[in-house]
Every structure is written in C-alpha cells, then in structure tokens.
Ligand binder design. Structure first.
Ligand code: C5P
Length: 227
C-alpha cells in the first residue's frame, strides 16, 4: 500500500514519541525522534564547553558542526532506534535534565537547524516515516500527508517527564521539571528561526485527559484514511 509521511509536532512532553513509536510499529514505518538530534548536538556543545548555564559560544559551536556525526541504530530489544553521537550511544546522556535545560539555546541557532533539517529531509526521501519534533509539519516536511499537533496542560506534561526521570533513577525536583517544560516551550515558540507553531493543516490533539489507547485509535483512523 501507499507510504506516507506522518509529521508530529507539539509542546514538550506531550507524548509525541509514544504515539510516534506505536505508529511506526503498526505501519512498519521508520520513526525519527528529531529532538534526540538537537539533544545530541547540545551534548556535543556541552562536552566541548560551547554551552553552559550562563553562556553560549555560538561561533565555535557553528564552526565545529562538521565534526558532528549523528546516526540512529535500531535496538531490537527496545523496539526503537537509539541516538549515536560520533559512533557512541548517547541515549542516556541526552535525556538528562541538564541537557533539557540547555537544548533550547542550541536549537535556536540557524546553522544547527540547517544541518539537522537537511539530514531529516534525507531520511524521509522514501516516505514511510513518522517524525516528531517542533518544525516537522512547518519546515522539514511541509507537504506531509498527515500532520498532528499535540498539546496537554503544563502540569500533566511535567508529571509525565518527572515520572520518566524518576523511573530512570535520576534525582530531580518536580518544580524544576515544571519550570523546564514551560521555559523550553517559551523559548521554542518565540525563537526567530522555525518557531514551534501548529501548521495550518495540522490536526490538534489535547491529551490532558485522554488515554494513550483512545488517542492512538483516533490517530490510526486518520492514517488509514490517507492510505
Ligand atoms: O522532543 P524533545 O523534547 O526531546 O526536544 C528537545 C528540544 O529540541 C526542544 O525543546 C527544542 O528546543 C528542540 N527541537 C527543535 N526542533 C525539533 C525537535 C526538537 O528545536 N524538530
């Protein structure tokens, strides 16, 4: 049957990746977590002292971008692809609160976006892809056959993210997570280059009070209608 591009955008911790992984599995599509790519670039920047809590060395980061190689490797056991930075699995390091606190500064840099968007567009060349992020329906694949835009209350989103981090064994405060979720949305929505916004033809899902199963069923019906 026909292969399409499914673009999922939305605020942080709205369950985009959960839905995206389920869709990829059901339709046998490739799933690309573009947030992982921005997080990996941020990890690289942090490791090289180009970014910290109170500074951003844009110039040196930008001139080092060609030293960054990002690849996804499918992990059979986990059932999804893990992020590799210059050949090393960074899946765990990129999900920390520290990286979450730095990533929106790095992702606002146009040269960073240019590099990652080009790589993302190559991955989608043959369709059969579900990609989640902030600018997928607006910039990366403006012609995607199906665009979803996910929202949920800040409190619900922070609660989800908090549980994720606690389950991994990280020591974090709920109030720091809530602050980070809102702060990232603010920076992502107000940046000059490719701000987070709903594409005109995207379908909005508020899942504050909707379970994953119900939401997934509704979204599958939307996909099936395009095939
Ligand atoms: O999706 P996730 O929460 O992991 O994304 C981390 C950050 O990466 C976002 O807060 C945003 O700053 C950036 N991002 C972006 N464009 C995308 C995906 C993520 O700017 N397509």
């Amino acid at each position: 049957s026909k292969k399409i591009i499914i673009a999922i955008d939305g605020f942080s911790s709205t369950g985009k990746s959960t839905i995206a992984k389920l869709l990829a599995k059901k339709y046998n599509y490739i799933y690309v977590d573009t947030g992982a790519m921005y997080r990996a670039v941020t990890l690289f920047a942090k490791q090289n002292n180009f970014v910290g809590k109170s500074f951003l060395d844009k110039e040196n980061l930008v001139s080092s971008l060609n030293e960054i190689s990002l690849t996804f490797q499918f992990n059979e056991k986990l059932g999804f692809a893990e992020m590799f930075l210059n050949g090393l699995n960074v899946e765990k390091e990129i999900r920390t609160l520290e990286i979450s606190q730095l990533v929106s500064k790095v992702s606002a840099i146009s040269a960073v976006r240019k590099k990652l968007v080009a790589e993302q567009q190559l991955m989608g060349e043959d369709s059969g892809i579900v990609m989640d992020g902030r600018d997928i329906g607006t910039v990366v694949f403006p012609g995607a056959e199906l665009k979803l835009f996910m929202t949920a209350s800040a409190d619900k989103r922070a609660t989800r993210r908090y549980k994720e981090l606690i389950d991994r064994g990280d020591k974090v405060d709920f109030k720091d997570i809530l602050f980070n979720v809102e702060e990232r949305d603010r920076i992502d929505s107000t940046r000059e280059d490719s701000p987070l916004l709903k594409a005109n033809d995207a379908i909005e899902f508020d899942n504050s009070d909707m379970g994953i199963t119900e939401q997934f069923e509704r979204i599958c019906a939307l996909v099936d209608a395009k095939l």
